[in-house]
Structures are given as C-alpha cells and as structure tokens.
Design a protein around this ligand. Structure first.
Ligand code: DAH
Length: 340
C-alpha cells in the first residue's frame, strides 16, 4: 500500500517535471510534494499508523523516495537554469557589425558665427577684443555715460536691478568706461557681450540679447575716421558694393551722434520687401565720444578725441542670414542652427 503510494508520487513528480520549463513551476512542484502540506510529507505524517516493526523499512523507503525526488528536482533546476541563460545570451548577443551610434557634434550659433565675423573684421583693423561685466554698477551703465538719475534714457532702457546701485547692464557701452579708466591710451577695442532689458519677448525683442561695442580713443581722431572705419566694416560684412549713410541721432554719451544705415544687400538699394521699400537698413548707433564722458573717466578732451559705436549682434545675425523671427535664435533647435 505505502509502496504503491510512494511509487505513484515518484512517477507523478517525474511526469510533472518533464513538462515544465520555468523555475517558478519547478518550485510549485517541489512545494506540492515536499512542502508542509506536500504529498510525501503527508506519508511521513502517516508513519505513526505503521506498525512499529515495519517503521524502519518504510522510513527507509520514504527517505529513498525523497532523495530521488530531490535529485530529480535539482537536475531539472540546473537544466532549466542553463536553458534560461542560453536564451538570454542569444537575446543579448551584440552584433559587432552594426554601425555605431553617431556622436552628433553641435553647431555654432548664428550669433557666434556673426560675432566671429565681426571680430575678424575689427581685429584685422588692429582692434583688441575686450569684455566687461554683465552685472554692472549704475555708474558704468548710466552715470558715466552721461545718463544721470532722472535722464529719460534711463527709462527707455529699464532693466533688472539687483539693488539701487547694481543692475544687469542694458548696453555694452559700459565697457567704454572700463576701457578708458584703465588709462591705456590709445584705445582701439571692441567688446561683445550679453545685455538685458525689461522687454517682453516678440519677433524683434528679448529681455536678453547681445551687443558689440566699439571704442577708439587717440589724438586727432575725427568723424572721418568713424565714417571710414564703419563703411569698411559694412563692406566686409555685407559685400564690396555696400554703401552707408549716416543719419543724425542722439545718444547721451556721444556728440555728434548718428545712426548708420547700409544699402539693402538684397536689392542693392532699389527697395524691396526685405528693406520695406526703403533701400536702406539701419545697422548701428555711433558718434564722437562726448567731452563730458572723457572728463568723467579722467581723459582730457582737449588732448584726446574718439568715436564709439554699438551694434546689435542678433540684428546682424538676422539680417545676414535672412531670419525673420528673433525667437528662433533662442530655441537652440539643432535643425535650425545647422543651416548657418
Ligand atoms: N548703447 C546704444 C544702445 O544700446 C548703442 C550705441 C550708440 C553705442 C552709439 C555706442 C554709440 O557706442 O556711440 O542703443
């Protein structure tokens, strides 16, 4: 009776194990036979009903059956584990002949492309490239540029104030003062950099943008030098045939002041949609350094004269590359940037 039962359990175990292919199922079988409520465990529990003299024999049989089932399970476990591993290795096989994932290099920003061009032109004319702080004292951004408290220009260039005295610069013109205070004259410098204004974003405005400042200080510098220099700059930037014109303007830190237009490089000056029928495109502000600005920075205006100019870098980039919305410059979409 007991023998038959044991034989049945062994047979059943072998059959079940043959059918399965996962460790979870194998464990279920183990529990169903050898677990607390398992079939073999049930037989062991029934030992108390076996007559005393037969117990050693029956006990030995049960133990043998248990050992056999355990070793069958152990063997099955090994073979399942091997199979699982083989499958995983097959799945995770690396195909060394596949092309490698390419490292996509970035692309210079149109602002940077334009800036390098500007720097090339001015360095070629003997200018040095300087930089000034973006976090600036009111004095350098306004006061020393002849824009005292209460001056309307201060209102036009509203910005982000750190405190009453320190602000984010609204114009790179502040670098003019740093250059003049250094006392190294003659000066022939350009100063590119980021500037800030409390403007809302649209196609032509941004609260942060970039300017390039220019300053020349020496003995005997005249408006003719200003015109010659900036005309040469325009020709190198927009093409040999580019003409320039100067319109009188007002900036507090230059006297006289002007805005410079270039002949439209799309239509050559005849008037087109690009220049809005004007034939001319405004490009920068400029002028002769105001004597009062010289005095404030410790330079004698009787001995020295100079000219200054300020260019919007975005404006140059937009014009040169025919981009019609400034916001595109700040989105940094590589598909956009790659076109320039
Ligand atoms: N800072 C002026 C602006 O932001 C631009 C400018 C005009 C700079 C005339 C100059 C200059 O150096 O001489 O509008």
């Amino acid at each position: 009776m007991m023998m038959e039962q044991l034989e049945k359990i062994r047979e059943e175990a072998r059959r079940q194990i043959e059918e399965i292919d996962s460790l979870e199922k194998l464990n279920e079988i183990r529990v169903s036979i050898l677990g607390k409520k398992g079939t073999l465990t049930g037989i062991l529990k029934g030992m108390k009903d076996v007559p005393k003299e037969e117990r050693p024999k029956v006990g030995q049989m049960v133990n043998e059956a248990r050992e056999q089932i355990e070793s069958t399970i152990a063997a099955a476990q090994k073979s399942i584990e091997r199979k699982v591993l083989e499958e995983r290795l097959k799945k995770e096989k690396i195909d060394v002949t596949l092309p490698a994932r390419r490292f996509e290099p970035g692309h210079s920003h149109p602002n940077i492309v334009a800036l390098r061009e500007l720097e090339r032109i001015f360095v070629g004319m003997g200018y040095e490239v300087m930089e000034g702080p973006e976090i600036e004292k009111d004095y350098y951004n306004f006061e020393a540029l002849n824009i005292p408290d209460g001056h309307p220009a201060k209102d036009e260039q509203d910005t982000f104030y750190i405190n009453g005295d320190i602000l984010l610069r609204t114009q790179t013109s502040s670098t003019q003062i740093h250059a003049m205070e250094s006392g190294r004259i003659p000066i022939r410098m350009i100063a590119p950099g980021r500037v800030y204004r409390s403007d809302a974003v649209d196609a032509t405005h941004s609260p942060t943008f970039h300017q390039v400042e220019g300053l020349v200080v020496d003995k005997g510098i005249t408006f003719a030098d200003l015109k010659g220099t900036l005309a040469e700059f325009a020709r190198q930037l927009f093409g040999e045939d580019t003409k320039v014109r100067f319109r009188p303007h007002h900036f507090p830190f230059t006297e006289p002041s002007a805005e410079m237009d270039v002949s439209c490089f799309k239509c050559g000056g005849k008037g087109c949609s690009f220049c809005k029928g004007e034939g001319w495109i405004e490009i920068l502000g400029c002028g002769m350094v105001h004597p009062h600005v010289f005095e404030m920075s410790g330079i004698d205006p009787e001995e020295y004269t100079g000219f200054a100019f300020g260019v919007g870098l975005e404006r140059i980039a937009l014009l040169k590359y025919g981009i019609d919305d400034m916001r595109l410059l700040y989105e940094n979409d590589i598909r956009f940037l790659k076109q320039f």
